[in-house]
Design a protein around this ligand. Structure first.
Ligand SMILES: Cc1cc2nc3c(=O)[nH]c(=O)nc-3n(C[C@H](O)[C@H](O)[C@H](O)COP(=O)(O)O)c2cc1C
Ligand SMILES: [Mn+2]
Length: 463
């Protein structure tokens, strides 16, 4: 499909997983609308191919949603996930991900083409593994994308940040002295990749059902060989394993989604129990680094949607939330509001900051509903023309941060700025009605009405 749409670069030149793929991907990202890339020949890994940047443009993300324009994707996502479609189990022999099952003596991460991405990284990193585990109570499958550094032939770190579901499940097991069973799934269809960044509202929400809803049909899943976890039958590679309690390994440095190398941290340890893969496997990976790259682009849809869903239910008038990729899809947020009462924009800010993903937003801008929240020019216009800094800023200190904010003086702690860029009511200190300038409005003009009716080119007899 990507090939037919001209969205795929196919590379036959042999490439090295150590730094070369990283450098190529970095260069790819400096091009406008970077394509997906497929490496057909990988040094020392004959029989393997590698794909990167599959969902690294909004055009390709929108292919999942019938080609909807970027501005409509969050609403499409929310509409699709309203009707979860549970997965269906298939037999082992029908699961392409089990075409090859490695033997005990072969169980090593060195069997897989895992790149070293940036100079300065602490080791090879799996950057687009989907980590699947289960809620011990309901059995619901949980998906996540967590970077993993290879620290030994059978060992890798697991970087589940505090508050993530994977972290909660691991800590629950750890307190009981038990391991968490985790499968790393590599090479998945877009619906699964996006569902792995879904913010479930409860621990028993099955994220395969979210992936099914996004796809419009059930995801086929199959039992693992050695652990009680279900994995997508059509995946390219499965690494089954456990994360034992009370063990930590050094993880880092790594060129992160902030554009900075992160420091070394102690993270839980993943240990391999089994590896299976297709007979002609494609290893999927993604380049992390200076925004915007694939991580920021596709994640903006489920993250913005998660906040919008909760906020629109507790604050009236909120019709859009957008986390732009340039802010790391986390540190900068924009809210579109139809203002109804004094202080409404601040109500909206507090609602956003109260959500699971929204609590990480450091700069939060609220605009009126005549502003396109997806257009940075429009947002800068609103801030420029509708804000009085002494009146319209909210500063919060000692608040929650992403752990990786390179500006923070304490890990996980940040101050936050809310910018109320809505037009102010008189009660909010806005201009009194007799002084209030009005926006240029063409609608009373007969010419404007004709242009809108037939379109500019037709109006000019150019079409
Ligand atoms: C490419 C990529 C890498 C990510 N790496 C991490 C990571 O290392 N740690 C983390 O906590 N979240 C990471 N995330 C975000 C999580 O995948 C996301 O928040 C997910 O919903 C967490 O799932 P969970 O709450 O089920 O654990 C990453 C996202 C993407 C797209
Ligand atoms: Mn999840």
């Amino acid at each position: 499909m990507l090939r037919a749409e001209g969205e795929l670069l196919e590379v036959d030149k042999e490439v090295d997983i150590n730094y070369e793929i990283g450098d190529i991907c970095k260069a790819l990202h400096s091009q406008p609308n970077p394509k997906a890339i497929l490496f057909n020949k990988i040094k020392d890994y004959s029989g393997w191919r590698m794909c990167c940047n599959i969902l690294g443009s909004f055009k390709r993300v929108s292919m999942m949603f019938n080609g909807a324009p970027m501005e409509a994707l969050v609403d499409y996502y929310l509409r699709r996930i309203e009707k979860p479609i549970p997965p269906v189990e298939v037999a082992r022999r029908e699961a392409p991900c089990k075409e090859v099952v490695l033997k005990e003596g072969e169980l090593s991460f060195t069997k897989l083409p895992i790149p070293i991405w940036h100079p300065g990284d602490g080791g090879p990193y799996i950057t687009l593994g989907i980590q699947v585990c289960r809620d011990p109570v309901s059995g619901a499958s949980n998906l996540a994308i967590l970077r993993q550094m290879i620290v030994g032939p059978r060992e890798a770190s697991l970087n589940a940040l505090p508050g993530k579901r994977t972290y909660i499940f691991y800590r629950e097991r750890e307190e009981r002295g038990e391991p968490l069973e985790v499968a790393i799934v590599i090479g998945v269809e877009p619906a699964i990749q996006v569902a792995a960044c879904h913010s479930a509202t409860s621990l028993d929400e099955d994220e395969y059902a979210v992936a099914g809803a996004l796809k419009g049909e059930p995801i086929e899943v199959v039992k693992c060989e050695t652990i009680d976890v279900m994995v997508p039958a059509r995946a390219e590679v499965i690494v089954e394993g456990i994360v034992p309690p009370n063990e930590r390994v050094s993880d880092g440095k790594f060129g992160e989604f902030t554009g900075y190398l992160s420091g070394v941290r102690q993270n839980p340890k993943f240990v391999i129990k089994c590896i299976t893969h297709r007979s002609n496997p494609i290893f999927q990976a993604t380049y992390e680094g200076m925004p915007p790259v694939e991580d920021h682009i596709f994640k903006s849809i489920p993250y913005s949607a998660a906040i919008q869903k909760v906020v629109s239910s507790i604050c009236p008038g909120v019709s859009g939330v957008w986390l732009p990729p340039a802010g790391g899809t986390m540190l900068w947020g924009v809210v579109r509001l139809r203002k109804m009462y004094p202080g409404h924009a601040k109500h909206a800010m507090n609602a956003v900051w109260a959500t699971h993903i929204g609590k990480y937003i450091k700069f939060l801008v609220v605009v009126d509903d005549d502003v396109n929240i997806y257009d940075p020019n429009a947002v800068i216009w609103a801030i420029s023309m509708r804000v009085q800094p002494h009146r319209d800023l909210v500063l919060e200190t000692n608040s929650t941060s992403i752990q990786l904010d390179p500006s923070a003086s304490h890990l996980g702690v940040t101050s936050k700025l809310g910018i109320d860029a809505t037009e102010k009511l008189p009660e909010e200190g806005g201009p009194p009605p007799d002084l209030k300038p009005t926006l240029i409005d063409h609608s009373p003009s007969i010419y404007w009405q004709s242009i809108c009716k037939v379109g500019l080119l037709r109006y000019l007899s150019l079409e």
